[in-house]
Design a protein around this ligand. Structure first.
Ligand code: HEM
Length: 445
């Protein structure tokens, strides 16, 4: 099975490697996310399995997750399937390791400074308001697909400085869809296969990003159009500045990384707020308290941080339905975890979804934002991990949270909505309703 010397490891974690070659893949496809729940109950917090041709150690439990998150570059590094590595490129942050990762991360972090976040916050409010107004004009929308368009629209403006909804960008969106659709595919470059289509889309998108970068570098202005992340990075002059090839791949990654995840969280908010009228009432009370109930008011970061109930609503949606179910790593060397041997080269997946549903949280299946406001100083660091943790914690964490807060505020202020979905969920690559969530929106008078 394994790419590592597993036969030398007599003390592997409990679990089953299933059938030769296919391992437990078929059972996983049949059981969905229950697959992991059943095995945690049967084997405990660290168990082995074999999925999609790869031996996997699945990990839960505070101390075990801490060891993985703190072990970056020592015992573990990132893991991505071959197709994702090829399509994102080896300079993308998620795929980079060691010093390259540290250097690139430090450079990109500058684009999430207080100043940049203030710019993004204004942009977010514009995008959310325009989008909600459009939803209210239509007879009905497909919520998840519309949330994806909204998240892409924002990412394109905030990170690359491209405004959508124009004729020239139609092709860009089409190529981007092809890129995303083929990201997780068989890693073979034969005509007609997903990887060939995906790589062609990657080439097109990199070309477009390069054209934008060249224009930005040559521009001498200091205006509104040069505040997006790529504008900041391409004009950076110090010794940490990133070269053009790295910037192109990072631009592509930023367009992609927050897109489905943010859309999944926004869709989850649409569902939970629709089903929990008492939560909407409490949000409206909080907005009233801060004088934010009137339409047309501008939101800023300080204000948004003070809205503790709104923040609790966003946290709770991310706890109940985390867009990313697990964080993936590769063992750089053999090491011991929870008393078991973890072989070098094996994939390790620390669980986010199941970690959020343990009895660390009272009544964990229930959506209850007030749980975050009890005043108890619970240390949730290794129990609440929607954005992962450690050296690879999501770089768009603040950005995504700020966006989701604005989405909640504008949504409850300006809209009524009726969900017409059968609520069946698909869990991969992110949780979303199988029917994409048909919804009817009407504007509040
Ligand atoms: C990594 C979640 C939005 C960019 C991650 C990881 C998670 C995550 C779980 C992996 C952490 C790990 O491996 O331990 C989310 C969720 C989001 C979101 C739930 C929205 C609700 C965004 C946005 C961006 C972004 C908006 C755009 C800037 C990235 C990047 C990485 C990452 C570049 C790789 C970081 C690295 O390897 O150093 N995210 N993310 N994410 N995220 Fe996000």
């Amino acid at each position: 099975f394994a790419p590592g010397p597993q036969n030398r490891h007599s003390n592997l974690p409990p679990g089953s490697m299933g059938l030769p070659i296919i391992g437990e893949t078929l059972t996983f496809i049949l059981q969905g996310t229950k697959f992991f729940e059943f095995r945690y109950k049967k084997y405990g917090p660290v168990f082995k399995t074999h999925l999609f041709g790869t031996p996997v150690i699945r990990v839960m439990g505070e101390d075990n997750i801490k060891r993985i998150l703190q072990g970056e570059n020592d015992v573990v590094t990132s893991y991505w399937p071959a197709s994702v590595r090829m399509m994102l490129g080896d300079k993308a942050l998620s795929v980079s390791t060691g010093d390259d990762h540290r250097r690139r991360r430090k450079a990109i972090m500058k684009t999430f400074s207080h100043h940049s976040m203030s710019f993004y916050t204004k942009l977010m409010q514009q995008v959310v308001k325009t989008t909600l107004a459009l939803w209210c004009e239509k007879d009905s929308i497909l919520g998840f697909l519309e949330c994806k368009s909204m998240a892409f629209d924002l990412a394109a403006q905030a990170f690359v400085g491209i405004r959508l909804h124009s004729a020239q960008t139609t092709e860009l969106v089409r190529q981007y869809d092809t890129f995303v659709k083929n990201l997780f595919c068989l890693p073979f470059q034969f005509p007609g296969m997903g990887l060939v289509k995906g790589m062609a889309a990657r080439k097109f998108l990199l070309q477009k990003i390069e054209e934008c970068l060249v224009k930005k570098k040559e521009s001498t202005g200091d205006d509104q159009d040069l505040q997006d992340a790529m504008s900041l990075l391409v004009r950076e002059q110090d010794e940490e500045a990133l070269d053009l090839d790295t910037l192109k791949e990072i631009g592509l990654e930023l367009l992609f990384a927050g897109h489905s995840t943010t859309a999944s969280a926004a869709t989850s908010l649409l569902i939970h707020l629709h089903d929990n009228r008492h939560v909407v009432e409490k949000i409206l009370e909080e907005l009233d308290q801060f004088g934010l109930s009137e339409s047309g008011q501008e939101l800023n970061m300080d204000m948004l941080r003070k809205l503790t109930y709104v923040n609790a609503v966003v946290k709770e949606a991310l706890r109940v339905a985390p867009p990313v179910g697990a964080g993936f790593r590769t063992a750089l060397k053999s090491f011991t975890l929870n008393g078991y041997s973890i072989p070098e080269g094996w994939m390790i997946a620390y669980s986010i979804r199941e970690t959020h549903k343990t009895d660390f949280f009272t009544d964990p299946e229930t959506f209850e934002p007030s749980r975050w406001l009890t005043g108890d100083e619970l240390d949730t660091k290794y129990h609440f991990l929607p954005f992962g943790g450690g050296a690879r914690v999501c770089i768009g964490k603040e950005f995504a949270q700020m966006f989701l807060r604005i989405f909640v505020v504008e949504l409850v202020k300006s809209c009524h909505w009726q969900i017409k979905s059968n609520r069946k969920m698909v869990m991969f690559p992110v949780p979303y309703p199988a029917d994409n969530l048909p919804v009817v929106f009407t504007a509040k008078q």
